[in-house]
Design a protein around this ligand. Structure first.
Ligand code: ZN
Length: 352
């Protein structure tokens, strides 16, 4: 019998051995059992490894043929081990799930966990807006230019449409990550009939990153559309809302400003929450804090969404949830909100 014949016989034996060893099932099919099997066959002193070592002593002319069959054996064992390993892992997961049953009917322990300040602030805000009769709307964060810019009266050459300011979706030129939650205004006005009293909170995106800007931030946009809505209604709603959040003794003021989707437009300021109007470092000695923008909905917007601008009037306002959270909770740096520091986050309550 030649050396090759001897090897072939050995190969058949090892193969049969592996086949019988790998018939493990039930609880015995564990990742540990599979690893033991791997060591027995492919480990440093394994059966297949030893066979490969023995190639050295085989006559030169028989080496290629012997090498080929030994290699086939190794691949056979490896494939078997891979499928055993997958089964064992699934088996272990099933066992773990069966032994760690979660009882969702148990009462929660209220001292555990905390809400993220942005979530907390959003919930507080929505609660106040619901009291004022607003409905909460949600909508797409990736949206068409049509909803984010065009229907909101942004001209083609408006700087916000520039690649420097807005994230465009790579292979779809007219699709953007929304730059404000005002896109919801368009969706809602296209699908609902006035009277409308809606707030839309959510994530928004702009190519911006420094101490006071993050590429992703949270905004809340609100708007009202009905017959005979005036700027007095607008100022009244914003005033009521800010008093509910920051206290009754702070005034607001409007400063004329430009936003494409409102006319007239304004920015609104709140008396400084820290010095109450006296002037301090936080308000840069002005006594006022910039909060957001607002205005009467532009007739062009009504036209784009198919509402009669002669019959209806309305106003819209928008501001940053992160900014309000910073002021409300006295935070120093906007980035604290997005660092995920447990010590910082753990200070906030579970319930708004
Ligand atoms: Zn101040």
């Amino acid at each position: 019998m030649s050396s090759l014949d001897g090897s072939l016989k050995q190969i058949e034996e090892i193969k049969a051995q592996f086949q019988s060893d790998s018939k493990i099932s039930g609880k015995d099919l564990s990742p540990k059992a599979v690893e033991d099997l791997r060591i027995k066959f492919l480990g440093r002193k394994g059966l297949v490894t030893a066979l490969m070592e023995s190639l050295k002593s085989i006559p030169k002319e028989e080496k290629p043929a012997a090498g080929k069959v030994i290699n086939e054996l190794r691949q056979f064992v490896e494939a078997g081990l891979t499928s055993l390993k997958e089964s064992a892992e699934a088996n272990a997961l099933d066992a773990s799930l069966a032994s760690h049953k979660l009882d969702v009917t148990l009462p929660t322990r209220s001292h555990q966990g905390s809400l993220h300040p942005v979530t907390l602030m959003r919930r507080v805000m929505l609660r106040e807006f619901r009291k004022l009769g607003f409905t909460v709307y949600d909508g797409p964060e990736i949206d068409l230019d049509l909803y984010n810019f065009e229907s909101l009266n942004f001209k083609d050459d408006h700087p916000a449409r520039d690649m420097q300011d807005t994230f465009f979706v790579a292979d779809r030129a007219a699709t953007v990550l929304r730059t404000h939650t005002s896109n919801i205004q368009v969706h809602a006005m296209m699908h609902e009939k006035p009277p409308l009293r809606i707030v839309a909170p959510g994530r928004t995106y702009r190519c911006d990153s420094d101490i006071t800007h993050t590429p992703m931030f949270h905004q809340i946009e609100g708007f009202v559309v009905d017959k005979n809505i005036s700027m007095a209604d607008m100022k009244g709603i914003v005033d009521l809302f800010l008093k509910a959040i920051f206290g009754q003794d702070l005034s607001i003021r409007l400063r004329p400003s430009f936003f494409p989707f409102v006319e007239p437009g304004a920015e609104f300021d709140l008396q400084c929450v820290s010095c109450r109007g006296q002037g301090c470092r936080i308000c840069k000695q002005t006594g006022w804090l910039e909060i957001g923008g607002l205005g009467m909905i532009h007739p062009n917007v009504f036209e784009k969404v198919g509402l009669d601008g002669e019959e209806y009037t309305g106003f819209a306002f928008g501001f940053g949830i992160d900014r309000i959270a910073m002021l409300r909770y006295g935070l120093k740096d906007l980035r604290q909100l997005f660092e995920g520091d447990q010590q910082f986050l753990g200070q906030f309550p579970v319930h708004p």
